[in-house]
Design a protein around this ligand. Structure first.
Ligand code: FES
Length: 95
């Protein structure tokens, strides 16, 4: 299954498979996005899910706290789309 992902801060939209992570798809499409471990450990790829639903693979609570998740934050390297979605970088991220 494929879904549309809109990246608000760079005004782009891409079509990605539900099988691939958001970060993998962003990088495949040449969209610059902050990341490091690609493994749900560092939190560098943390971003805001503005619209839509995702499934998150296993990640460290230190990378994304329960409170952050409740506020709509996700880890791009752990997220797989369950619907069309919109994300945005966080204010402190310089991309
Ligand atoms: S790149 Fe480290 S948690 Fe996503």
């Amino acid at each position: 299954m494929s879904y549309s992902l809109t990246i608000e801060h760079c005004d782009s939209s891409i079509i990605i498979s539900s099988e691939e992570t958001v970060l993998f798809a962003l990088l495949q499409h040449g969209i610059i996005f902050p990341y490091a471990c690609q493994n749900g450990v560092c939190g560098t790829c943390k971003c805001k899910l503005i619209k839509g639903r995702v499934n998150l693979d296993i990640y460290s609570d230190e990378a994304l706290t329960a409170a952050e998740f409740q506020q709509g934050l996700i880890l791009a390297c752990r997220a797989r789309l369950l619907s069309d979605a919109t994300i945005s970088k966080l204010d402190y991220q310089n991309v």
